[in-house]
Ligand binder design. Structure first.
Ligand SMILES: C[S@@+](CC[C@H](N)C(=O)[O-])C[C@H]1O[C@@H](n2cnc3c(N)ncnc32)[C@H](O)[C@@H]1O
Length: 329
């Protein structure tokens, strides 16, 4: 969301905000500037915990599901199915004919969504600025298939926009295959997504308690359906801040390396650091990562024993044991 774009569109009269009533702002990311909007009338709608915490701290009302509003603003994500689902949710949150504003970067596919909508509803001219576009349309029904409904993929429930919504991730499959037959009693699945790794962790001997830590509410909702074992505990949390109730014997992780739209290997490194902090002194991190990701130095700084135990040409599976607290874990 670029306030410069929104301000420009409002100043040039491309569309207008209603003078009263709530404005539902769908899926802004931490760092997006909402200063062009009247804060006391804005409700931020997001299921991503770090963004939720960011906007709550900045004084915005925040919810995972929109309350009825006078107008809506959708900050487009890159995934088309998720973008369509947000548009459908925005239309559902406002009265028929109310203004729905759509803002997006070119790199997030705003042109394709504009075309998509123009074929169906009365969109305004798009205002182009700051490498993106903003436009509006009067809320009108959108195709039913745009509404976010869970899908069943390879026997698991997934949802639009969650990681590997269309099928099991290859890296995660390699990690699951490399897990030992027996795991310690306390295990953490860090960045658990819709629960693929947890499903496999619970098939190993020895596990008494499994913590699924995931920032994306929609993914965790799917995980609750995919992992019904009573040993599983679900935590909607930022993994880099989450406090483990008791030190764990193992952390299993396919770390994210994107923050919002940008590649961010430092997020992966923050996951490694968090994993080391959660582990008992003899604990083990089971990790999968793209081979090109720069995890060697941080791993060596955080663990005393590091071994590649699986993978393929694109991914490596790593066992990193004995977190070294003196070195920063
Ligand atoms: C590479 S995916 C792996 C998902 C799942 N473990 C799997 O193997 O299919 C990384 C996951 O981390 C989640 N994630 C991203 N940032 C996070 C954060 N700060 N805290 C917790 N989870 C986060 C993403 O939503 C995503 O589900």
């Amino acid at each position: 969301m670029q306030s410069v774009r929104l301000n420009f569109a409002l100043e040039t009269g491309a569309f207008a905000l209603p003078e009263a009533g709530q404005l539902a702002v769908f899926r802004p990311r931490a760092g997006d500037d909402l200063s062009a909007l009247p804060k006391d009338r804005v409700q931020v709608i997001s299921g991503f915990k770090p963004d939720v915490d960011h906007f709550a701290k900045a004084g915005f009302a925040v919810a995972t599901v929109a309350a009825p509003a006078a107008a809506a603003l959708v900050c487009l994500p890159r995934a088309k199915a998720e973008a369509r689902a947000l548009l459908a949710a925005a239309v559902a949150a406002v009265p028929a004919g109310a203004t729905v504003i759509v803002d997006g970067q070119k790199t997030d596919g705003v042109d394709a969504i504009y075309k998509d909508l123009r074929a169906r509803v009365a969109v305004t001219e798009a205002v182009a600025k700051a490498h993106g576009k903003i436009f509006a349309f009067p809320a009108a029904s959108l195709p039913e298939e745009w509404v976010a409904v869970p899908a069943v993929v390879e026997g698991f429930t997934t949802a639009p926009g969650v990681f590997s919504a269309d099928g099991v991730d290859r890296g995660s499959a390699l990690l699951a295959a490399a897990l030992p037959a027996k795991l310690p009693s306390r295990v953490v699945d860090l960045g658990a997504g819709w629960g693929y790794l947890s499903h496999h962790i619970l098939q190993r001997d020895g596990v008494k308690e499994l913590h699924l830590v995931e920032a994306e509410a929609a993914a965790l909702d799917c995980a609750r359906l995919n992992v019904t074992d009573p040993r599983a505990q679900f935590h909607w949390a930022d993994a880099t801040l989450w406090q483990v109730p008791h030190l764990a014997g193992a952390v299993v992780c396919n770390p994210p390396f994107h923050t919002g739209r940008e590649a961010d290997p430092m997020l992966g490194v923050a996951f490694l650091r968090a994993a080391a902090r959660m582990l008992a002194p003899d604990g083990t991190l089971w990790l999968v990562a793209n081979r090109h990701l720069p995890y060697d130095l941080p791993l060596r700084a955080l663990f005393r024993e590091i071994e590649e135990v699986g993978g393929d040409t694109a991914f490596r599976v790593i066992r990193a044991a004995y977190p070294d607290r003196r070195k920063g874990a």
